[in-house]
Design a protein around this ligand. Sequence first.
Ligand code: FAD
Ligand code: EPU
Length: 344
Amino acid sequence: MKWLSDVSLTPHHTFGLPAHAHAIAEAHTVVDLYAIWQHPDFLALPKLVVGEGSNLLFCQDFQGVVVLNRLTGVSVDDHADHTILHVGAGESWHDLVAWSIDNDLPGLENLALIPGCVGAAPIQNIGAYGVEFCERCAYVDILNPVTQEMRRLTRDDCQFGYRDSIFKTSALQGWVITQVGFRLTKAWQPILKYGALAELESEHATPRAIFDAVCAIRQAKLPDPRVCGNAGSFFKNPVIEARQANALQTRYPEMPMYPAGEGKAKLAAGWLIEQCGLKGAKQGGARVHSKQALVLTNADHATSQDVVRLAKRVVNEVQARFGVTLHHEVRFMGAQGETSLEAQ
Ligand code: FAD
Ligand code: EPU
């Protein structure tokens, strides 16, 4: 187990903002995780497990141990009508998707090019272009590094929802995701329901064609964190009462709106933000992305406080104009642990 003290977090999260951690340790095995949690210098300190930091905003220096989850390995279990992939939490998500296409194991192609590690995918039930992680999940293996208890959660145990799961609740606080199981059916069907993918004619819609199309759409719309720091969609798309959504659509007939079950509707936060005239809006070095208003960027040496102020402005203006509250998707980290925009 390797660890360093007083380390910059800038290279360890995709916003690329200035922040430090008291210590950073890398875990390549479960034994490394035990060693970090038992280390005498770390016993009293908060721990934060990080993959690629692509859904994180460090609001202050973190006064604890950042644990980089680097548990790797992929194994394949072949069955008559499906394949199970058993994958280490520290594997790169996109590399896994690319590997699955190269090895004729389709099913993940709509989720190409999402940054991050496999172990973070269940936490917010990552989703894009018509598919959510939960639709391919067989199980999630977790470990409590204090008690050394290990558990396997079935897909139902995980209580997946839109950008949500049991891993965001206090029930599993302190547990680390170590492996993820995927179930890929051999009766593969293309999923082309997302607007731009519908243009692919279904007879040409091979897994690789979908993979390539998703990569191209994402590259055209979303800023590359290696060039311009960001954490993807900063806010979730708001899910509101269908009655309120219908009233808004009467006033704004062009407003995108999607049914969300149980008398609810989902709105497009990017559209709401753009309608407020906020595309390109700046606060210090932070900016609302000019091609996708749902993404806040570190355009020019931003600080986390620039991002926080810009996010507050976005929330306030959308609330004032549409009466809709935006909630952040990005996880806010304070000095001792998780915090929120409202607490800043
Ligand atoms: P991190 O940011 O490192 O961690 C996120 C949270 O999970 C933290 O609370 C962390 O403590 C916790 N965590 C991480 N690993 C573990 C573990 N092994 N055990 C326990 N807790 C853990 N998301 C989508 O859903 N769809 C998209 O289309 C999408 N597009 C994006 C595009 C860009 C350009 C960017 C920058 C982000 C995008 N995201 C998207 C968000 C992000 O990629 C996902 O949330 C991703 O799953 C985060 O992975 P990570 O390893 O970087 O997690
Ligand atoms: N829109 C605008 N202006 C904008 C942005 C979007 O009018 O600036 C409109 C679009 O024209 C479209 C609608 O809003 O009608 C939805 O936009 P888009 O298809 O780009 O998707 P999104 O809702 O903005 C969501 C996810 C993304 C995911 C894409 C593709 C959330 C919070 N975001 O974005 O996930 O990649 O769909 O499926 O659900 C992420 O979570 O980090 C992320 C990038």
